[in-house]
Design a protein around this ligand. Structure first.
Ligand code: DQA
Length: 138
C-alpha cells in the first residue's frame, strides 16, 4: 500500500471560514474524510502547520520513506527558499497543489519556490486539485 501524505501550510486550517469566495465553504477535515473513502488504496495521512520550520521538519521526516507528498505550502509557496530547498533535498516525489488559480491573482502569487523541484503542479480546481494530485500517484 502506497504511503501518501497531504501537507498543508498556513491558514489552510481556516478553510471553510476563510475567504469562501476564493477557497470554498468546506473545511479541510470534512474534505479529508471524503478523500480517505475515495483513495482507500492509499495509506493516507494529513498534516497541517502554520509554522514554516514545522513544514520543513515534516518534509524531511517523510521525504525519504513515503511514496508521495501532496503539498499546498499556501503563502510560503511564494516566500520560502527553505521549503523549496527541502522539496529539492528529499527523494519522495512532491506534487504542488493550490486551490485557487494563483496565476489569475496578485503578481506576488505567480512566484513559487516549490514548482521547479516538484514532480508536477496542479492549481485552480478548487479542492478538486487534491483529488487530481492524489490520482497522479495511482
Ligand atoms: C493557496 C494560494 C496561496 O497564494 C495562498 O497564500 C494560500 C492558498 C491556494 O491553495 O490557492 O494560502 O495556496
Amino acid at each position: 500500500m502506497k504511503k501518501i501524505i497531504i501537507i498543508n501550510g498556513p491558514n489552510l486550517n481556516l478553510l471553510g471560514k476563510r475567504e469562501p469566495e476564493v477557497y470554498g465553504s468546506l473545511d479541510f477535515e470534512s474534505f479529508y474524510k471524503a478523500l480517505q473513502i475515495e483513495f482507500k488504496e492509499f495509506d493516507l495521512e494529513y498534516f497541517q502547520s502554520n509554522i514554516e520550520g514545522e513544514l520543513i521538519d515534516k518534509l524531511q521526516e517523510v521525504g525519504f520513506n513515503y511514496d508521495g507528498i501532496v503539498l499546498n505550502a499556501a503563502a510560503y509557496t511564494h516566500t520560502s527558499v527553505g521549503i523549496g530547498d527541502a522539496v529539492k533535498a528529499i527523494s519522495t516525489p512532491v506534487i504542488e497543489v493550490h486551490i485557487s488559480n494563483t496565476f489569475s491573482r496578485e503578481a506576488f502569487r505567480h512566484q513559487s519556490y516549490i514548482s521547479t523541484h516538484a514532480q508536477g503542479v496542479i492549481l485552480g480546481f478548487g479542492l478538486k486539485s487534491y483529488n487530481l494530485a492524489l490520482n497522479s500517484f495511482k
